[in-house]
Design a binder for this molecule. Sequence first.
Ligand SMILES: *[C@@H]1O[C@H](CO)[C@@H](O)[C@H](O)[C@H]1NC(C)=O
Ligand SMILES: *[C@@H]1O[C@H](CO)[C@@H](O)[C@H](O)[C@H]1NC(C)=O
Length: 616
Amino acid sequence: MIAIDLNFADIQWQYHILTTFFVGVILPLLYYLYQRYFTSTPNKYNKLEAAIKLDYAIPDEAKPHWKGRRLHPPHVTVRTAEDRASIQSYCPATTQYLGTFACTTREQMDLQIEKAAFAQKSWKESSFAVRKQLLRTLAQFILDNQQDIARVACRDSGKTKLDASMGEIMVTLEKLNWTIAHGERALRPSTRSGPSSLLMGLMKNAEVRYEPLGVVSAIVSWNYPLHNLLGPIILALFSGNAIVVKCSEQVVWSSAWFVGMVHAALRRLEICEDLVQLVYCFPEDADYFTAHPGLQHITFIGSKPVAHKVLQSASKELTPCVIELGGKDSVIVMDDVSDLKALSSILMRGTFQSAGQNCIGIERVICVANVYDSLVEILNERVGKLRLGSDIDQLDEIDMGAMISDNRFDEIERLVQDAVAKGARLLHGGKRYLHPNYPQGHYFEPTLLVDVNSTMDIANQEVFGPVLTVMKAGDVDEAVKISNSCEYGLGNSVFGANFQRCNDVANQLESGNVAINDFATFYVCQLPFGGCKKSGFGKFGGEEGLTGLCNSKSVVMDKPLLRAFGVKTAIPPPIDYPIADDKRAWGFVSSLNTASYDNRIWKVMKSFKKLAKGGA
Ligand SMILES: *[C@@H]1O[C@H](CO)[C@@H](O)[C@H](O)[C@H]1NC(C)=O
Ligand SMILES: *[C@@H]1O[C@H](CO)[C@@H](O)[C@H](O)[C@H]1NC(C)=O
């Protein structure tokens, strides 16, 4: 009895020690490790990752009421007659001159790509903590300087500050925040189920490891000079790559400043700034860049004719490409939409934001007949009230800014005229606009065109301008048919009171992205982005955007338990060269197949027996 008591006390004593150890040491240690390595919010254990304040000057040109000299025709253009090797930057809203930039030469491109490749060699070893800190530093700078950054974008693209705050700043902050929160998980090795057969499955573990490609590139469009440029930089750097961005010749001035901002952040964190390079040249000189053997990946955002050239020259080095072209995005308005007023607000924002220069802007409103007239009436009233101008210089309230250039005005006017000639009703706009304060600025009237049908060019060709096009459909099926009838398949929306019906429509749309009862939010929430049909191929953004910039390396290995016991994969004697006995070798492998893949138990037993006898 006494002995047992003693033993019992012993156990109690050990139990107390263990509990104390667990509560006092293991739990705090786990908590520390969790805070240090597994949470993405900065705290006292991982403050290494916190944002660092940047010193980066705002250019005078972005200050309100900046007095820059205005260009006058025929000099209001990025390509001057005098100097074919330079790009002239100017503000499309006011035509104020912003600077002249020498096109990147071939020799410079070689050097930039070489420097980027060198910098990437150490960057690819960097920790996610450092990468997150870099993104946090950028995010903090953007948050603290929203006004000024918006003005830089407005000055170079002619959009309004509100357009910039939504389309440039908000989406960029979301991309930064999302990447910090979820990027690491997306890039962690992905464990796979391994071989399905019992025999091999018992032996092997399998996983995919995402390794940076090296130097990637992005050829980006001008419509969102901050966001389009920073998006690929964020994903490239976070996945351990270096990046060479080719910006559009329309927005060199702001692109240079935005890349300077990234360089300032890299310098501040003592990371080699060669990781991020900017090139610019005229499209016809871009072949050298897209055919460059130093690039391991190209993301192209732009138009179809240019995409043909990019793919052609990229094919010389078999450089993989993600291609994002235009769209003819539709909004389907179902017959049971309850609040047409609220819907009209979304249609207005989706069409006139950035003067309609949006890859995923609303190009077609396809409205079912019973709500058509009411919707047209509301839109008619609202579009007529839109005011044009440049709000970084003008004190009056404005709704819509300038377009990037006037070189597509003829075509947009022609599309409107073609539709009117074929029976469409033009309720507002339809032509270029002479702004009293900025007569040389590139303004186009906010346009409302209704009763459009598929016989008209505007129903099929991308406008990329401030034209709200409304089409009538007899019923929901016809609306879907109209929506799918064009060659593009980038983004769509469907609005209706009954979710199930909207969901059915979403499933029938030939499209890369669909928003149900919303517009374009699929872009904001960092889903993989890209179109189908003639809108391009491949995805950028989100998890696929990160892993798409990596070599997905498939790795197979022996299970840890087998490694511990020194069990190794070996070629069994019956099938080892030279084959001693052909019949036996055949018997061995065929039994292995039966043992692995046959469901009939007696067959499996028999083949195990045969295997044990070496196939005999
Ligand atoms: C993202 O933003 C939210 C809201 O400000 C913030 O609480 C969160 O910590 C941010 N996430 C990361 C990963 O920084
Ligand atoms: C297109 O609209 C015009 C004018 O309303 C009409 O004459 C024509 O029949 C319509 N075509 C189709 C295919 O609906």
